[in-house]
Design a protein around this ligand. Structure first.
Ligand SMILES: [Ca+2]
Ligand SMILES: [Ca+2]
Ligand SMILES: [Ca+2]
Length: 476
């Protein structure tokens, strides 16, 4: 039945159906997984989004849709609410807004309490009028009281970051240089309901905009801030202007993590192909939307819907598969910028002619589940010596396969091998945290959405929605 519908659609679109042979390194690649035991540490969470291992024997968790920070005992899963933020804007259902990134000050609960701070990023309504909604993002510092286990005294460090309900990214880390690093996505422009909004990932602010704190071009960027929210004096100067922008040309970089050698890694969701793992360099241009993955002209062309003039974009119907003649398109190789930085690797690159309407995923038109992307949702770096050979690996979670990909790095922090899929379940994996023993891995799961079942077909029957799963590697 689904095959027939898939073929019918293929014929309407004028595309040839080819059986999608998974590439050798694709999401379904065979692998030898180490011996693992697992349990559900906690459930009933409202979209756990960031999970961190705190210095207090607890996981610190942001619950995206409840605007809540929860501490969860790593021993027995007991939950303690540290904070519920009253003005978090979290659109019900699938949208990506809400309480997102969190970082603990490196000094928190580690001796002298001079910096008892927790940093949070959340979506809010920036328009005071009750009948006007102006969706924006801010980064706020809270003070932790270990006596009561609560967070209080918010101080907004930066406000008015441009966001939509889509592609907010929102990952927040504090670097070894004690700066805040923050990913702000492209807002999901140029696709779906926002297909007539131009992508701003290549747009850079003028000096006048920076001087007036106009952050409206901060979409598709990775930002670097002082701990008080100001612009660090050693931030890159890009085309003559210094701002919070550390790197640009990003789509939806939901993962951000420093490695043990001080390198900064980011995982990023691509379009139909080419989720990326990037090494983030100051002033680097990561190519979006002109380049997806490598600059190779394979299975991607930049089609700028908003630039359609005859007819105008608004009179077109958006399609993931067909680009109308009036929509300007440009090949990846026409993008020439000395600042371009290609990805360290992709998840996954396919050749031109790849079949994006696999009948296996025709049910409910969830074709994207069969696309070669994994929907990379986080990045953490494993730095323990407990499991031989794993030191300096990047762990990337996937929404589309309920998998943690371990990407091995070499001593210099560059790619040392193919990604190894781990901890497969039928869930949408959002983030990881690492236990102190180096053998315990925590994984946060979404409350709802589509993922791939064990045959690779789409399903929304998630095994452990809104949970923290614990995996212990017992072998090597
Ligand atoms: Ca994490
Ligand atoms: Ca890129
Ligand atoms: Ca490409």
């Amino acid at each position: 039945m689904t095959t027939v519908r898939g073929r019918a659609l293929a014929s309407v679109l004028g595309l040839t159906l080819v059986t999608a042979a998974a590439v050798a390194t694709g999401p379904g690649a065979a692998h030898a997984e180490p011996a693992v035991t697992s349990r559900v540490l906690a459930s009933g969470l409202a979209n756990p989004w960031e999970i961190l291992t705190g210095p207090d024997g607890h996981l610190w968790v942001t619950e995206k849709s409840a605007g809540r920070v929860t501490r969860i005992s790593q021993t027995d899963g007991t939950k303690r609410t540290a904070l519920t933020i009253p003005d978090v804007l979290a659109t019900p259902g699938g949208p990506q807004d809400g309480l997102l990134g969190m970082a603990l000050h490196p000094d928190l609960l580690r001796g002298a309490e001079t910096n008892p701070y927790v940093y949070l990023s959340y979506t809010y309504d920036a328009d005071p009028a009750a009948d006007v909604l102006l969706r924006r993002q801010k980064i706020v510092r809270y003070t932790y009281d270990p006596g009561t286990g609560t967070l209080a005294a918010p101080v907004a460090l930066i406000s008015g970051l441009p966001v939509t309900v889509d592609h907010l990214s929102g990952r927040l880390v504090i670097g070894p240089d004690h700066k805040i690093y923050y990913t702000n996505g492209d807002g999901g422009h140029n696709q779906f309901s926002l297909y007539c909004e131009p992508i701003q990932a290549q747009a850079l602010p003028t000096a006048a905009q920076v001087a007036t704190k106009d952050w409206s071009l901060y979409q598709g960027k990775i930002l670097r801030l002082n701990l008080d929210g100001s612009i660090p004096l050693d931030n890159p100067i890009i085309h003559g202007v210094q701002s919070h922008i550390f790197s640009y040309g990003h789509r939806n970089p939901q993962g951000l993590a420093f490695g043990p050698t001080g390198l900064l890694y980011s995982s990023e969701q691509g379009p139909k192909t080419d989720d990326e793992l990037n090494l983030i360099l100051p002033g680097g241009n990561y190519g979006w939307p002109n380049v997806a993955g490598y600059r190779d002209n394979q299975a991607y062309v930049y089609a700028n819907w908003s630039a359609s003039s005859n007819p105008t974009c608004q009179s077109l119907t958006y399609s993931d598969f067909e680009i109308p003649q009036s929509v300007p398109r440009s090949a990846e190789t026409s993008f020439l910028d000395a600042r371009f930085v290609p990805p360290m690797r992709t998840f996954f690159t396919v050749a031109d002619g790849y079949n994006f309407i696999d009948p296996k995923c025709a049910d409910g038109s969830r074709y994207y589940i069969c696309w070669p992307t994994i929907a990379a949702s986080s990045a953490d770096v494993y730095t323990s010596l407990a499991i031989p050979g794993w030191w300096n690996s990047v762990l990337v979670t996937a929404l589309k396969t309920g998998t943690v990909y371990r990407v091995p790095l070499d001593l210099t922090g560059l790619i040392a091998g193919e990604p190894v899929p781990l901890f497969r379940t039928i869930n949408r994996y959002r983030d990881t945290a690492l236990g102190a023993d180096g053998r315990t891995f925590y994984v946060a799961t979404d409350v709802a959405g589509n993922t791939a079942d064990l045959t690779g077909a789409p399903t929304n029957a998630l095994t452990n929605p809104g949970s923290i799963l614990e995996f212990q590697v017992t072998g090597s």
